[in-house]
Design a protein around this ligand. Structure first.
Ligand SMILES: [Zn+2]
Length: 255
C-alpha cells in the first residue's frame, strides 16, 4: 500500500503496517470548530490569521491500525460528553460552589474519559509534528504508554488530568482548538511537575505530567468510581491560562 509502511508500532511494540493518518487530537474533536463546509481555521497562539483546513493534527508512522482503532470508542464517548456539556444538554448530578468557583459533577464513566485524554497527551508527546513540539515528556512518555497499555492509569497519582470550563470567562465562546503552547512549572515544596493545557471550545484540559505525583492529589484530577468533575474556576485562573496562549482574548474567534 502506497500510504502505509512497515515499522514498530509505538503502542503495542509489534512490527506491523503503520498507518499514515494517526489523529493526535481525535478527528471527532475537530467537529467543534468546523463550519458548515467542514472546514476549520487553524489558530496559532499569538496569531489570529490562521489558514483554513479540512483535517489537522495527525501524524504518520506511529501506530498500527489495531492500536489506532483501540482509542476510537473512548474518543467518541469523550466527544459526546464534551458536546453535551457545551450545548448544556446534560444535567449535572451536583453543583458545588466554593470560593474558588463552581464544580459541576456528572455521572459519567471517568475511566473512559481519562483514558481518552491521556492517550491524547501520549500521542502529542510522541508526535514529531511542530504543533506538538511543546509537549515534551522525555523519559516519562514511555511510562505513560505503559500505564495506558497495562490499564493501570486510573491510579490517582498517575498523570492526573483535570477538566475546566472556560465558558464563564468574558463570555468567551471561543472557537478554539489548541494544543499546549507552553508548559507551566508547578511547584509544591521541593517537587516540580509540568502542566500542559489543551484548549477545546468551552473546555480546558489540564495535564499534570508526572507518572507519580508526590503532591497531594486528593483534589486533583479525574478519579475512578466517583462523579466526573468539571471545574469552572473564578475568572482569574482561566484568564491567566488563556492569556498565556492568546495575546488578546478579544481577538479569539467566537462562535
Ligand atoms: Zn500497535
Amino acid at each position: 500500500m502506497a500510504n502505509s509502511f512497515l515499522g514498530r508500532c509505538k503502542y503495542c511494540y509489534q512490527t506491523k503496517v503503520l498507518i499514515k493518518n494517526t489523529h493526535i487530537i481525535p478527528r471527532c474533536f475537530q467537529k467543534f470548530v468546523k463550519d458548515d463546509d467542514n472546514k476549520m481555521t487553524m489558530i496559532t497562539a499569538g496569531k489570529n490569521n490562521g489558514k483554513e483546513v479540512y483535517n489537522a493534527f495527525w501524524d504518520s508512522g506511529l501506530l498500527c491500525a489495531d492500536c489506532d482503532n483501540s482509542f476510537s470508542s473512548d474518543e467518541n464517548y469523550t466527544y459526546q460528553f464534551f458536546k453535551q456539556f457545551r450545548d448544556q444538554a446534560i444535567e449535572p448530578v451536583n453543583v458545588v460552589k466554593d470560593p474558588h468557583g463552581i464544580t459541576f459533577q456528572y455521572d459519567i464513566d471517568t475511566k473512559r474519559i481519562k483514558r481518552c485524554l491521556l492517550s491524547i497527551l501520549w500521542r502529542m508527546a510522541i508526535s514529531k509534528r511542530s504543533e506538538f513540539k511543546n509537549v515534551d515528556l522525555g523519559k516519562i512518555a514511555v511510562l505513560l504508554r505503559d500505564g495506558l497499555y497495562n490499564n493501570t492509569f486510573m491510579k490517582d497519582t498517575f498523570f492526573p488530568v483535570s477538566i475546566l470550563s472556560s465558558r464563564n470567562v468574558n463570555n468567551l465562546k471561543a472557537k478554539v482548538l489548541s494544543p499546549p503552547t507552553l508548559k507551566v512549572k508547578f511547584q509544591h515544596r521541593f517537587n516540580y511537575v509540568y502542566i500542559y493545557t489543551l484548549y477545546l471550545p468551552d473546555i480546558v484540559i489540564l495535564f499534570y505530567a508526572s507518572q507519580q505525583m508526590k503532591v497531594n492529589v486528593q483534589n486533583i484530577g479525574i478519579k475512578e468510581h466517583v462523579l466526573l468533575e468539571v471545574n469552572q474556576e473564578n475568572g482569574e485562573l482561566m484568564n491567566e491560562l488563556l492569556s498565556g496562549t492568546f495575546k488578546n482574548l478579544n481577538d479569539v474567534p467566537r462562535f
